[in-house]
Design a protein. Structure first.
Length: 296
């Protein structure tokens, strides 16, 4: 397949791009700078894109996002939402206008779509929450309506905490009571899920891109410490998480979302690293390999 990817140099995209190449796909990148070979220019903030170069792709992946601040001020929330609507909306409208449209558009979304739900198992059919994060994900998914109406298969991957790369250093501590459910996915697993979604004609709409084995916060911290041979990360009291991180702490750290990949399982996806210990070991090996001195 001929694939165009936005956000190819990000934490997720830097794993997805080489995986797609390894799978035999021809990959082009959306870039904001002057494009070189294999690149297409765009500037979503200004609403600009090289529309003529969008013709003839089989699939398009949008992983582009701005860096999120730890504290969500009113200004930060507005910028976060505008950034996601700009990328999704510009791609959706531009691809819909193509003569040779792609068959599929895959957009990164989040499990924050769902409310904090205790022990309830959350599938793609569960209703949305009412928080900022829930409204953000609802608006982001709705912004691809132009592509859907043009007959393009649109997949919204609802992504949890991604384990791998530089994020390995940020996992492993318990917050609050430790009883909240934490959904997760390995970075290389997510790359495999994205490649699967490109090829699977039955997948459309929201898809939970999560491991089938979520863990409670306390158990996750223990598994991380053992797998990475680290000392336990300690416990962050709930009041401190709220004090330090504000609304973000409530939504990302203290919320309980026990998300199940119902549509992936129904479509026949086989998880490579369904258990956290195995996923951590694999991702640590990837990081160690990338940091190892290269032969001269």
């Amino acid at each position: 397949m001929k694939i165009l990817i936005a956000g190819s140099h990000g934490m997720i995209g830097s794993a997805v791009t080489p995986h797609l190449v390894e799978c035999g796909h021809e990959v082009f990148r959306l870039v904001r700078s002057t494009p070189g070979p294999g690149e297409v220019w765009w500037d979503p903030d200004a609403g600009g894109i090289d529309a003529s170069s969008l013709e003839g792709f089989d699939g398009v992946i949008n992983l582009a996002t701005m860096r999120w601040p730890f504290r969500w001020t009113a200004k930060a929330k507005k910028e976060i939402l505008q950034n996601r609507l700009a990328t999704n909306g510009l791609l959706s409208r531009s691809l819909a206008a193509c003569v040779r449209k792609p068959r599929v558009l895959i957009c990164a979304a989040g499990v924050g779509y769902y409310p904090s739900s205790g022990d309830q198992v959350l599938t793609e059919d569960c209703p949305a929450g009412t928080t900022f994060l829930s409204h953000f994900d609802q608006d982001a998914e709705a912004s691809t309506v132009a592509a859907i109406e043009a007959g393009i298969r649109v997949v919204h991957l609802r992504i949890p905490t991604v384990i791998g790369g530089p994020m390995l250093k940020f996992v492993g501590f318990q917050a609050g009571s430790g009883q909240q459910w934490m959904s997760w996915v390995g970075r290389d697993e997510l790359a495999s899920i994205i490649e699967f979604a490109l090829r699977s004609e039955t997948l459309c709409g929201p898809v939970n891109a999560v491991s089938p084995q979520p863990l409670r916060s306390a158990e996750l911290a223990t598994v991380v410490a053992l797998a990475l041979r680290q000392k336990p990360g300690g416990v962050m009291p709930a009041f401190l998480a709220r004090l330090v991180f504000g609304e973000m702490g409530e939504e990302f750290i203290l919320a309980s979302r026990r998300v199940h990949p119902a549509r992936l399982v129904a479509a026949g996806y086989q998880f490579r690293y369904p258990e956290l210990a195995c996923a951590l070991q694999h991702e640590k090996e990837v990081v160690d390999r990338d940091l190892a001195p290269q032969p001269t």
